[in-house]
Design a protein around this ligand. Structure first.
Ligand code: HEM
Length: 500
């Protein structure tokens, strides 16, 4: 009898969960979701057969511009209608930070900007946002050049003709080295020592955290939290990263207050450490709107979030740039010609870098054609209608903007969107719809580091192309493809690096 009762209640629970969470809602079309997995199995995301940017294009073809989509437990309304996308991003009072950011990043870094809204978001943003404006960043040009030179020296020391299959790892090392110095005044030494991308302990630890993060993103939070607590790989990686974060804070605390005061308008670590609360328990008792400064826990969460956001995205974009250079010798040659113009010397100044217009077009085209991030998300704060499609949305709904699909959507580009063609940004597609290309998202929660990312990419590529040519290492090793962590990474990059 007890067994029947038990089975009855389990059955009831199953039916409740299925109807509450895993059933198509209302008139919006979509793939009927599986219990627990949502659309993960049907779309090939779980098996790795497809990455999310491919899935959005597929579902757009099947269901049109608005459809429902389950990323595991999380239910989204995906919006491809470009005018509705613009509406969402420009109405911050109706569409705030997506729940996926708030919930999923909270597992790793609950007190960081990315997973907070309202007064806490403003309090944290005040210590970081002003530092990432272009005017503050350009003074770091020599850090970017020196880091790039270090990587070039490593490559120079390799046997001529060797096919480099570790481009992604080397780009990660480079961006960590640069970001460590720019944001934390700290040499992470990711390009020192043995020339093996896989052996740097910090790069490896961060890569482990990212791959675990990708896995847990689909699961309910409780499962993810327990998994992280039990996973020895995560605990090891997290301990390594924490060790680095503590060293950085100790180094900053050893500076004089005068030095910190001078640097806090340009250095993230100086700004964060200056903001440390003198009396944490007293601040903790205040209402959020009255709180000042950051607690130690908040400081460490911000540092980890910035470390991840600061290197992973930009290094992925750089790896895609190198891949596209090797596949498009005409474009590479044209970039080199631009770099040689008015070049009385090899030196790169901010003014010279600014003058490389075709390089800007190339970077835009890589971000368009090989998007680093698949999309972004917003939470509906009050019931609303999307004006163009007339879609009814309700408070609490999650909207997903598939930026990677919009940038490849032939409707929004005059020159074939399937063609890799940087010149489009000089001519026919110069005045594209603002939402057709959103590599850094948009609106009030757009990427905080976009000026830095663009500047780093431009200086690194200019420096590299002054000295080397990237050559396709052959269709087997340089096969492209995608693998997904937080970003969409090129799966197979294999290039030779020819020095001039
Ligand atoms: C090519 C490089 C990069 C790409 C493609 C990229 C892309 C993005 C995207 C798509 C978002 C979500 C925006 C939205 O929802 O509208 C975002 C947010 C963010 N990014 Fe980046 N990013 C890059 C580099 C960086 C760098 C270098 C930093 C570090 C300074 C950074 C820090 C952040 C932060 C803090 C947020 C959260 C902002 C918020 O929640 O308000 N990103 N990024």
């Amino acid at each position: 009898m007890m067994l029947y009762l038990f089975l009855f209640f389990v059955g009831l629970l199953f039916v409740y969960i299925k109807f509450q969470y895993f059933t198509l809602r209302g008139p919006i079309p979509g793939l009927s979701p599986h219990f627990f997995f949502g659309n993960l199995i049907q779309t090939g995301l779980l098996s790795g057969r497809r990455v999310s940017s491919e899935v959005y294009i597929l579902l757009n073809g099947q269901f049109g511009d608005i459809y429902q989509y389950w990323l595991g437990f999380i239910h989204f309304v995906v919006v491809h209608n470009i005018d509705d996308v613009q509406y969402i991003l420009s109405h911050r009072n109706i569409y705030d930070q997506g729940q996926i950011f708030l919930e999923k990043f909270s597992i790793l870094v609950p007190n960081s900007i990315i997973c907070n809204i309202g007064a806490k978001f403003k309090r944290h943003g005040a210590f970081a946002m002003p530092l990432f404006r272009r005017s503050k960043i350009i003074s770091n040009i020599n850090i970017v050049i020196d880091g790039t030179d270090k990587l070039l020296d490593r490559w120079r020391a390799r046997p001529t003709g060797q096919v480099h299959t570790d481009v992604v790892e080397q780009c990660q090392n480079l961006l960590l080295e640069i970001f460590g110095l720019i944001a934390f005044d700290y040499d992470l030494e990711t390009l020192d020592g043995n020339d093996s991308g896989n052996k740097n302990e910090l790069t490896k630890a961060l890569r482990d955290i990212m791959s675990i993060f990708r896995m847990i993103i689909y699961a309910p939070n409780i499962v993810s939290t327990v998994y992280l607590k039990l996973s020895p790989k995560y605990r090891r990686a997290s301990a390594t990263v924490e060790r680095y974060l503590h060293r950085m804070v100790e180094q900053e605390l050893a500076e004089t207050p005068d030095s910190r005061l001078q640097r806090k308008k340009t250095s993230l670590i100086a700004s964060l450490v200056s903001s440390l609360q003198a009396d944490e328990p007293a601040e903790a008792r205040k209402k959020e709107a009255e709180k000042k400064g950051l607690s130690r826990k908040e400081l460490f969460d911000e540092m980890l979030m910035f470390l991840i956001a600061g290197y992973e995205t930009t290094s992925t974009a750089l790896a895609w740039c190198i891949y596209q250079l090797s596949k498009n010798p005409r474009v590479q040659q044209k970039l080199k010609t631009e770099l040689m113009q008015d070049a009385s010397s090899q030196s790169l100044t901010v003014d010279r870098v600014d003058s490389f217009i075709y390089l800007d077009c190339f970077i835009n085209e890589v971000l368009r054609y090989s998007p680093t991030i698949d999309g972004t998300s917003r939470s509906v704060v009050v019931d609303d209608y999307l004006p163009k499609s007339g879609t009814r949305l309700y408070k609490g709904d999650q909207v997903l903007i598939p930026t990677s699909a919009l940038s490849r959507d032939t409707r929004f580009w005059k020159i074939d969107a399937e063609q890799f063609y940087p010149e489009r940004f000089l001519n026919e597609d110069k005045n594209h719809h603002p939402c057709a290309l959103l590599p850094f998202g948009g609106g009030h929660r757009q990427c905080l580091g976009q000026d830095l990312a663009r500047f780093e990419l431009k200086v690194i590529l200019a420096r590299m192309l002054q000295q080397v040519t990237f050559v396709d290492g052959g269709s087997e090793v340089n096969a492209g493809g995608f693998s997904q962590t937080l970003t969409i990474i090129p799966k197979h990059v294999g290039v030779t690096v020819e020095f001039h």
